[in-house]
Design a binder for this molecule. Structure first.
Ligand code: NAD
Length: 496
């Protein structure tokens, strides 16, 4: 159980500077270069990390390739890999509170959510793929009698994984777990804003019995990410982050070895509230509470409320009550509903969007400004804008912060047109009491995810992926294994 005393006992633990984890060893960047890891709780330096570039990426990729070719992981029985991954999950669970507090100090997510959504979610993901991998079979093709056609599943080789600062362990595990279960080696580059938990998680993997070199973690920013994306010996790239960086990765692949690039990108997800919603108050409560968790820094957050004219006033009144009751504060305080925005740069971006929305004529109904500036940390008030129209930046651009936009519609056709009027297609939500309408919307919404009358959807068994400029491929579910496995065809002439 999470208690404030247990959290407080960990909140000021000193943190030694951290090196990369390459070939099972902790090593500094070649030239000894480092960068500061800043805590969004108070803006202070938490520790220093290795500033890596092409030299460190080369060393990590070489280690991953050696490990892959040695076969100490790639050619072991799936059941043997399963044992190591399950042991790893146990070690993560045993350290869950330490990892959660470490992560909150690094990226500002409120502790209850971080505990559940980071170490415990990562462990659950490891368990899911560990349990799956010795139950996924190759195929015997239904060919004619003279030949035997076989489809083998084999690991791709060296996987490059680049992840963002929101939920680093959860999103990291969505890549690591299926890739490792399938027998690949990896080079993981965490975000420069949130590397600490993934470094620790990789150490625990060694303790669990993962052979050295199978999982390497290299810290740094664009320079390290770009070197990984351009590397000629990386077989595939798995990325979660912004569309801007996603484009660069595709260009880097085109300029190097044409490695497949799987992208989980941003969104501007619609949340459509019909007048026939079964419980309007609940719709408002769930919409408000889920949107503002982690200060709006959740990729699938439904940032564009589209509400039907006749229930607009009632819905907004309920929503504003929810927002007024949210407590923004120290993310290590169990009483905080939302913690800090992850970086100063992100806070500035959020505030710039507020200024632009006001300049473009949207009406601010709640929030709009920084909070707790005296703490030195990066806090922002939950913000709601009404009268947002499709021509405004707030309607079109991802903010990735606690800024909710509200637009009114007349009928289902207009709701759908507004919802799909976006370059993104990650998630969506619909509130309706009509089963027929729910199915029509599921069919017509251009999104990888549709949530109906709720905001559930964190289970490993279901895919997460975007359409349009929200990305390609899927994290989670058995489908994620496809990214990390080649299907090799074998033809055996039976001589008959
Ligand atoms: P970001 O794109 O700025 O950074 C992501 C990662 O890319 C970081 O590790 C960063 O160091 C690295 N990077 C930066 N420049 C690079 C370059 N030139 N080459 C290679 N790597 C480079 O994203 P962020 O700010 O960390 O995260 C927020 C974004 O992530 C939002 O757009 C959000 O929607 C998205 N996101 C998507 C999902 C999803 O599942 N679809 C989940 C979480 C976050």
């Amino acid at each position: 159980m999470l208690t404030q005393a247990a959290i407080d006992a960990r909140r000021h633990l000193p943190l030694a500077p951290r090196g990369n984890l390459i070939d099972g060893r902790i090593c500094p960047a070649a030239g000894g270069e480092t960068f500061d890891s800043i805590s969004p709780i108070d803006g202070r330096v938490l520790t220093r990390l290795a500033r890596s570039g092409p030299a460190e990426i080369d060393a990590a990729v070489a280690a991953a390739r050696r490990a892959f070719d040695a076969g100490t992981w790639s050619r072991t029985a799936p059941a043997a890999r399963k044992r190591v991954l399950l042991r790893w999950a146990e070690l993560i669970e045993a350290e869950a509170l330490d990892l959660a507090v470490l992560g909150v100090r690094d990226n500002g997510t409120e502790i209850a959510m971080a505990h559940r959504g980071e170490p415990l979610s990562a462990a659950a993901t490891l368990r899911y793929y560990a349990e799956a991998v010795d139950k996924v079979y190759g195929e015997i093709a239904p060919t004619g009698p003279g030949v035997l056609g076989l489809i083998h599943r084999e690991p791709k080789g060296v996987v490059g994984a680049i992840v963002p600062w929101n939920f680093p362990m959860m999103i990291g595990a969505w890549k690591l777990a299926p890739a490792l279960a399938a027998g690949n080696s990896l080079v993981l580059k965490p975000s420069e804003e949130a590397s600490l938990t993934l470094l620790r998680m990789a150490e625990l993997a060694l303790e669990a019995g993962l052979p050295p070199g199978v999982l390497n973690v290299v810290t740094g920013g664009a320079e390290a990410g770009d070197a990984l994306a351009r590397h000629m010996d990386v077989d595939i790239l798995a990325f979660t982050g912004s569309g801007q960086v996603g484009r660069r990765l595709l260009a880097a692949s085109a300029a190097s070895n044409l490695k497949p690039v799987y992208l989980e990108l941003g969104g501007k997800s619609p949340n459509i509230v019909f007048a026939d919603a079964p419980d309007l108050a609940r719709a408002a409560q769930v919409s408000g509470r889920t949107f503002f968790r982690n200060s709006g820094q959740v990729c699938v957050s439904a940032a564009r409320v589209l509400v039907q004219e006749e229930v607009r006033d009632r819905f907004l009144a309920e929503l504003l009550d929810v927002v007024a009751a949210l407590k923004v504060g120290d993310p290590l305080d169990l009483g905080s509903d939302a913690g800090a925005v992850a970086t100063r740069r992100q806070l500035d971006r959020n505030l710039a969007m507020v200024a632009q929305a006001e300049a473009e004529g949207a009406r601010c109904l709640a929030g709009g400004g920084q909070l707790l500036a005296e703490s030195g940390g990066f806090y922002m008030a939950p913000t709601v804008f009404d009268r947002v129209t499709p021509s405004m930046a707030l309607f079109r651009q991802e903010v990735f912060g606690p800024v909710l936009s509200v637009t009114t519609f007349r009928d289902e056709a207009e709701a759908l047109a507004l919802a799909n009027d976006s370059v993104y297609g990650l998630s969506s939500a619909v509130w309706t009491g009509s089963l027929a309408r729910a199915h029509r919307m599921i069919g017509a919404l251009q999104a990888g995810v549709v949530m109906v009358n709720g905001s559930t959807g964190s289970d490993n068994t279901v895919t997460l992926g975007g359409v349009k400029q929200s990305g390609n491929g899927y994290d989670k579910s058995l489908h994620a294994l496809d990214k990390y496995q080649n299907l090799k065809a074998a033809w055996i002439d039976l001589g008959v």
